[in-house]
Design a protein around this ligand. Structure first.
Ligand code: NDP
Length: 245
């Protein structure tokens, strides 16, 4: 087979908006069972309800990825009820851009907590199951910011370089049956930039975001990696708007 059309059990973090939501919708439409996790459960309920009405298989679960214990419990529960967990899409993230000299140190901590600790909390939660199953797949949503630093992105880029490194390390250390993919989006339509508090960074974002592609463009890249046969590991996909420099 050119692609793996097996129905998989997929957990998507940060599935209440943007890229995570689009990825959950895409993978559900591909026939997978999708667990949508995030903090805003009202959003998750509305999305899962819509997916189910369309005949897809989905469930919404409350999760703050910075809560390691809760992450572990959720993964254990999903695996117990579905006979395993095949794919973790580590997508939850925040991008609180600012120049270092603005000293928004609480926002630095927040980015590190969600983008890095939230990611490895997920890896810690799924690895025991992947080992037991003898297979599994982690898809990390990193960023163009995992490849370049621009003014205001120092800490955000640091977290995304870390996300890239974590995923690459997982690939190198794991049994070949455990796959690791990094998807690095360029500017994409979502709520990501809405949380920036630094006026200088928020201003700079306005022109930058004009070229954004719909989140489904990133979801399709995730879908491509997930659909590969077991002996093919897509290590990284960079997806940018054609107009982004
Ligand atoms: P959104 O802000 O639309 O989505 C972010 C998601 O992360 C939300 O679903 C949010 O859910 C979730 N989230 C935030 N904090 C937590 C937390 N502590 N626990 C669980 N979930 C959390 O932005 P995007 O869709 O753009 O972001 C998704 C990923 O894509 C991020 O990692 C981002 O860095 C990356 N990315 C985005 C780009 C873009 O241009 N949009 C470009 C490059 C990378 P909730 O608040 O309900 O918990």
């Amino acid at each position: 087979a050119e692609t793996d059309d097996r129905r998989q059990v997929v957990l998507v973090t940060g599935a209440s908006s943007g890229i995570g939501e689009a990825t959950a919708r895409h993978l559900a439409a591909e026939g997978h069972h999708v667990v949508l996790a995030a903090r805003r459960t009202d959003r998750l309920d509305a999305i899962t309800e819509e997916l189910r009405r369309a005949g897809h298989s989905a469930e919404g679960r409350a999760l703050d990825v910075t809560d390691r214990e809760r992450f572990g419990e959720l993964v254990d529960d999903v695996a117990a009820r579905h006979g395993g967990l095949d794919v973790l899409v580590g997508n939850a993230g925040v991008m609180l851009l600012s120049r270092l000299d603005a000293l928004l140190v609480d926002e630095w901590d927040r980015m590190l907590d969600v983008n890095v600790r939230g990611l490895y909390n997920g890896i810690a939660a799924v690895l025991p199951h992947f080992r037991e199953q003898g297979a599994g797949h982690v898809v990390t949503i990193a960023s163009i910011g995992a490849h370049e630093v621009v003014p205001t992105s120092a800490i955000y880029s640091a977290t995304k370089y870390a996300a890239w490194a974590l995923t690459e390390g997982l690939r190198q250390e794991s049994d070949p049956a455990i796959r690791a993919t990094t998807v690095s989006p360029g500017v994409t339509e979502s709520e990501l930039a809405d949380h920036i508090t630094d006026p200088y960074a928020a201003d700079a974002m306005v022109a930058y975001r004009a070229a954004a592609v719909p989140a489904d463009a990133i979801a399709r890249a995730v879908g491509f990696a997930v659909a590969q046969p077991a002996d093919v590991d897509v290590n990284e996909i960079i997806v940018r708007p054609a107009a982004q420099r």
